[in-house]
Design a protein around this ligand. Structure first.
Ligand code: NAP
Length: 251
């Protein structure tokens, strides 16, 4: 029986994939047969070294650098995806930033930047990706939300709101795009060991881990496995769902 994880022949696009969850997701999808295009803001020597190392493991990644929060850049990116690959099967809206702020003092610039990248970026990409997917009457869109978007956290109201918005986006686009054969799901990671949370003090880190029932911080691979599930036919009958990948942080 053919593996249900098999993504052979599929074209996948992962935003914000130079490091962290996006990078591991790109490796996971490519290891399971997809042709993966990774996006990030800019190229770097470090990224090129990682891509070269991946190639030695027979993982071939294509890059497309642009700012997900810029509508025109997003539009142009999908023109080049269409030109080069003629189709798109999987979109992972992963690019995101998290800057802590209290609601009473959050600056206008911080509020706008957070929403432009975390929320508008996902909306722009979903718009153009779904147009390409609709041509083949199939596709899977995965939005990386957050446990902070489903449960909230003091000191992160702006980030939380930007991530809750992705759940509204997931639910509405799941309804709108289902007749076109496109599934849309969200993942709400808990506390995952990446640069995004590296500024946490050791005290906060330990306190957060003490709330995780499985007793450890999550890895980018833990999230990538859930992305693979939603990207593949294992979840063929699942749309409009939000899956917590948090080691039991909220139970
Ligand atoms: P990360 O290591 O900081 O990676 C984020 C990536 O997004 C970086 O490569 C970054 O590029 C890229 N990016 C930022 N702004 C961009 C833009 N405007 N256009 C294109 N790319 C951009 O963070 P991560 O932990 O892997 O986070 C990935 C996603 O998971 C985020 O949406 C985050 O909110 C979510 N998440 C993370 C956690 C966690 O505990 N780590 C928990 C819940 C949800 P640069 O390198 O150029 O900055």
């Amino acid at each position: 029986m053919e593996s249900l994880f098999n993504l052979n022949g599929k074209i996948a696009f992962v935003t914000g994939a130079a490091r962290g969850i996006g990078w591991q997701t790109a490796l996971m999808l490519a290891s399971n047969g997809a042709k993966v295009i990774i996006n990030d803001l800019a190229d770097s020597e470090n990224l090129q070294t990682k891509i070269k190392d991946a190639k030695e493991q027979n993982i071939d990644l294509t890059t497309l650098f642009f700012d997900v929060s810029d509508y025109v850049q997003v539009k142009n990116a999908y023109s080049s995806i269409f030109k080069e690959f003629k189709r798109l099967d999987i979109l992972v809206n992963n690019a995101g930033i998290m800057e802590d702020s209290m609601i009473s003092t959050a600056s206008e610039a911080h509020i706008e930047k957070t929403f432009k990248i975390n929320t508008f970026g996902a909306i722009y990409n979903t718009q153009y990706a779904s147009r390409l997917m609709a041509r083949n009457n199939s596709g899977s869109i995965i939005n990386i939300s957050s446990i902070i978007g489903t449960k909230g956290n003091a000191g992160e109201s702006v980030y939380s709101a930007s991530k809750s918005a992705l759940i509204g986006l997931t639910l509405s686009t799941a309804k709108e795009l289902a007749p076109l054969g496109i599934r849309v799901n969200a993942i709400a990671p808990g506390f995952i060991d990446t640069d995004l949370v590296s500024h946490f003090s050791e005290e906060i880190r330990q306190k957060t881990i003490s709330n995780i029932k499985l007793g450890r911080i999550g890895t980018p691979e833990d999230v990538a496995k859930a992305v693979l599930f939603f990207a593949s036919d294992l979840s063929a009958y699942i749309t409009g769902q939000v899956l917590g990948v948090d080691g039991g942080m909220i139970i």
